[in-house]
Design a protein around this ligand. Sequence first.
Ligand code: G16
Length: 542
Amino acid sequence: MAQISTQPYPGQKPGTSGLRKRVIEFQQPHYLENFIQAVFNSLPELRGATLVIGGDGRFYNQVAIQTLLKMAAANGVAKVWVGRQGWLSTPAVSALIRRHSAAGGFILSASHNPGGPQGDFGIKFNSANGGPASDAITERIYAASQTIEHYSICQVADVALDQPGHAKLADMDVEVIDPVTEYADLMESLFDFSQIRALLAEPEFTFYFDAMHAITGPYAQEIFSRRLGLPTKFLLNCEPLEDFGGGHPDPNLAHADDLLQALQDAGVFSFGGASDGDGDRNMLLAQSEMINPCDSIALLAANAEQLPGYRGKLNGVARSMPTSRALDRVAAELNIPCYQTPTGWKYFGSLLDAGKITLCGEESFGTGSNHLREKDGLWAVLFWLNLIALERCPAQTILRNHWMKYGRDFFTRHDYEQLDSQAAEKMLASLQEQLPALPGRTAAGLNLTKAESFSYTDSVDGSVSRDQGIILEFSDGSRAVVRLSGTGTAGATLRLYFDRHEMDTKQYEQSPQQALMHTISATLELLDIRQHCGRSAADVIT
Ligand code: G16
């Protein structure tokens, strides 16, 4: 075991979901090691404990996983479960931590961000509940990274990860496991696989899944093909590649074009799913129409009673604050609580641990339940397939039936990327200053009824998270949310979220951009992005 001298790097502050940076930043001498050592220094309880380690197979994973194993051994970890090839999806890490009562785990991924030598890399620590570390822990890790002087590492040969089996690294046990089996078993325990198998065998129903050359490929092959009988021609891009085949592993209409193309040529009774780099996000297509994630979580909550794994178990739900309020309507109808948390899956953790919620979701293509403590892309696809199998009708019809009962919550998000960070922060500070004077004011013909900065108090541990986004409410019942992303790796990303509830069925088929036109104009007038940041249009609209 060696002690290597080092110096702190500024900026090793975990964001919404771990430390995400360009690969070239991670390749600086001791950069990765500093962060890993900061985790071990902040959590002395990891000495003698068991950890789960895996990543999404992106470029730099192979290097980082060996460093991580050697540092875990040097820091006295007793045992590590690691996926074959170093592969584990984020939901699978969460499931394994829980199943094997591990003290936590490391996930090597930058999620949906592009990969390859010019792309992004990331590392995230998850706690014993299987969920992302709390704000308190990440603050400790950051503080430790700023005072670090040396790190410990075992200078031994790499561990072979190409086959399941047992190995020893110094005194640490290394168990190389198949990355898929336990996760697939968990899915089989939650859904009715015989019903889904029958649906997939129906000649008039078409289902495609797109793994975008990311981690869910092997999971999709095991679950959809081997366990559910789907011919492999319906599984797209299922070979994990270090650069995701040059694509962007972000499941949205712009990037999941192979899936979109396949479904455009399929009939009306067709459905598609895609997942991101590390397998926690989902995009769902009802033929070629995207099901908005805000609608999806609401609809799953409304129908959970029909599914074997959730029957009689829905005791509460939660959504992130910018997510549309469609879920609140379902919760009110079911007479269960609906919690509103800041953006970031970690905030759902304590509510799930306390048994206060069963399902939760975010507008950022994240949906999940109490089966683990991360969002889960394949789980969402299976949930929908199980529902379609029960209803025996196209997903479009299921969605429209939901709107008929609850009304439609139009939702859209506008992202302005790579803004100058200081200019973006100044713009938000200026809006923040104006908040007390905004109610009663008119912008683009809409009257503002409320303007506030979102502050969240965790109802379980009482911790408070302030300034989690600015909420603007308008007289037509619509809402805008303004915040800066915590996952970008270049400059600042401004996110503007808009939603409005509509009960007039004749209006349901408008586009969200049309339905939210006035709210968008009013918000842009108040923010004045052109003046502050020199931008006149969003880069990405979802
Ligand atoms: C992460 C978090 C999500 C969050 C998303 C976007 O997802 O786990 O909870 O909604 O980032 O965060 P932000 O708006 O701060 O960029 P992922 O899939 O990127 O790990």
